[in-house]
Ligand binder design. Structure first.
Ligand SMILES: Nc1ncnc2c1ncn2[C@@H]1O[C@H](COP(=O)(O)OP(=O)(O)OP(=O)(O)O)[C@@H](O)[C@H]1O
Ligand SMILES: [Mg+2]
Length: 526
């Protein structure tokens, strides 16, 4: 980052104090470039990568332009989503924390209009709103635009796309012509730039030039995954990378709901966000996510733009986005303000071509990765547990625990190794079941068969070619298991018809046969 200190930008002392309190040391490049121009009153089109501080780039000069003595509405920021309106209002309020007499109000659909009208009457100078609700207030005359001198369109390209264009036009027609109009986004597709001519006067493009549209501190990966395996692969990646917070993007509301249920069923703290939820629910979901109570936000593109949550360490494209720009915005939910992040995109079949197109558009490389196996997941969990165990051994007093283990050894015929292994197993938890349904290629030789790798216990030694009728008999399913393939001591590969596989696994667990069906392995055949 080019370094410009906030001192050099000549901010008013109150804002300077707030900026320091927020922990900003240097102005980001877009802030350094845009603040002086917006302050001069110029119309600008500001473009800079995700998470590089565009909000303060317009928020600071906007606050400086507000006359606190007048209680009239003076500036309006338009945002494409309700969550973003709330967030931008919060950031600007924080920036205004030491200023007196400035009222900032978010206005969005789904919130009680009567309450909004009451707040508006109390003299709001700066309104942050979604286009639909702002228009609504203009129609009701509960908002008067005649003293508005500045309008900001945050995520301008999104708002000017077909969906919002008319609304924006209507709003701008209601604002005095001598206004200043400022647009910001991380992406500015050419057609949008043409449209902006209609809204702005001699606009200057303020672009922080970078080759890539995405920030370099996000590592970008992709996985080829069949649609029905996506949930399993997502779980494995979550287990391996263990991100503090993650955002998972799906293309439909229905998929969001399905995935949230699936993840909850697997024991993850996930919540969904999409346009069919009531506003109160949406607020609850965002609050839960911001506070870390929910660590996986599953969302449609409503969460793709602008949302800033510090600890998001991973973004998943569960479905590949339809538009290239959306890829940029979605993955931009991580790696913000110089932090690092990772993005994982799932593609199946022909979508690989779409992914190539996205890479060309973003001018970045998205690296292909192999889906981690259950072994990889288990190893990662094991490593983490062992790391923590080493720390405890080195740093903590284990006297009483050692004594307890010793007593257990004296009372039983277990070794300390048995006890350590059992505890490790408890800590790491092994993923069993489910796999059969999810995993297509388990390396079975015959079509329609699934290969299982199971621990049948030493006394059940089976030879290659045996029919494991004995096990099947014990588990109450004679004749369903078809044959063994390989032998590794007490571990045996068996091949069973796909439709019986899950039943076999669970019945092997039920009977007294020691051990469990530990894994479904895509085994290497000779
Ligand atoms: N100069 C700065 N130094 C450090 N952090 C900053 C600075 N300016 C802004 N930030 C912080 O960086 C984060 C990202 O800022 P912001 O949300 O404005 O990004 P953005 O450029 O609007 O991204 P997007 O394109 O995703 O909307 C915020 O948490 C913000 O408080
Ligand atoms: Mg933003």
């Amino acid at each position: 980052m080019d370094t410009v200190r906030f001192e050099e930008l000549d901010l008013c002392p109150e804002i300077m104090k707030a900026v320091k309190k927020m922990g900003f040391e240097e102005a980001s490049p877009i802030q350094a470039k845009a603040i002086p121009l917006v302050r001069e009153g110029r119309d600008i089109i500001g473009q800079a990568q995700t998470g590089t501080g565009k909000t303060a780039a317009f928020g600071i000069p906007l606050l400086e332009k507000i006359d606190p003595k007048s209680k009239k509405l003076q500036a309006v920021v338009l945002c494409p989503t309700r969550e973003l309106a709330i967030q931008v209002a919060d950031e600007i309020r924080t920036l205004a924390g030491y200023m007196h007499g400035i009222k900032v109000l978010p206005i969005y659909g789904g919130q009680e209009i009567v309450k909004q009208i009451r707040s508006l009457k109390s003299g709001v100078q700066l309104m942050i709103g979604t286009p639909g609700r702002v228009m609504d207030h203009m129609r009701r005359k509960t908002v008067k635009m005649d003293h508005v001198h500045t309008i900001v369109l945050d995520e301008a390209d999104e708002m000017l796309n077909m969906g919002f264009r008319e609304d924006i036009e209507t709003i701008l027609e209601g604002v005095p012509e001598e206004r200043q109009t400022v647009l910001f986004s991380a992406t500015m597709p050419k057609p949008i730039l043409d449209i902006t001519k209609k809204f702005q006067k001699h606009a200057e493009i303020v672009k922080v030039t970078k080759k890539e549209l995405t920030v370099p501190n996000i590592e970008q990966f992709y996985y080829e995954v069949k649609p029905k395996n996506k949930e399993e692969v997502l779980s494995r990646l979550l287990d391996i990378y263990n991100p503090k917070l993650s955002v998972v993007f799906c293309n439909t509301k229905k998929q969001v709901d399905i995935l949230v249920n699936g993840l909850l069923g697997r024991g993850y703290f996930a919540a969904g966000l999409h346009g069919d939820l009531k506003q109160a629910q949406r607020d609850r979901v965002m609050q839960g996510f911001r506070s870390g109570k929910t660590d996986i936000l599953v969302a449609t593109d409503v969460a793709a733009r602008g949302i800033d949550v510090e600890e998001v360490e991973a973004v998943f494209n569960y479905d590949l986005p339809q538009d290239d720009e959306y890829y940029v915005h979605r993955i931009g939910r991580t790696g913000r303000a110089g932090r690092v992040g990772r993005s994982f995109s799932f593609v199946s079949g022909k979508e690989v071509y779409k992914l190539r197109e996205i890479q060309r558009y973003c001018k970045t490389k998205i690296y292909a990765q192999k889906v981690p196996s259950l072994d990889d997941v288990a190893n990662t969990k094991m490593e983490k547990v062992m790391e923590e165990a080493s720390r405890i051994i080195d740093q903590e007093d284990l006297g009483t625990f050692i004594q307890l283990v010793q007593e257990e050894i004296n009372d039983t015929d277990y070794t300390s190794m048995d006890i350590a292994a059992a505890l490790l197993k408890m800590c790491t938890g092994t993923a069993e079941e489910n796999e059969v349904e999810n995993f297509e290629d388990t390396g079975a030789e015959e079509p329609g068969m699934v290969r299982l790798f199971i621990n049948i216990g030493k006394k059940h030694k089976a030879k290659p070619g045996d029919i494991l009728g004995a096990i099947a008999g014990e588990s109450g399913m004679p004749g369903k298991v078809v044959g063994t393939i390989d032998m590794y001591d007490k571990y045996t590969f068996v091949e069973v018809p796909r439709e019986y596989a899950k039943e076999v696994l669970s019945s092997v667990n039920h009977t007294k046969i020691k051990g469990k069906a530990v894994e479904v392995e895509p085994a290497n055949r000779k």
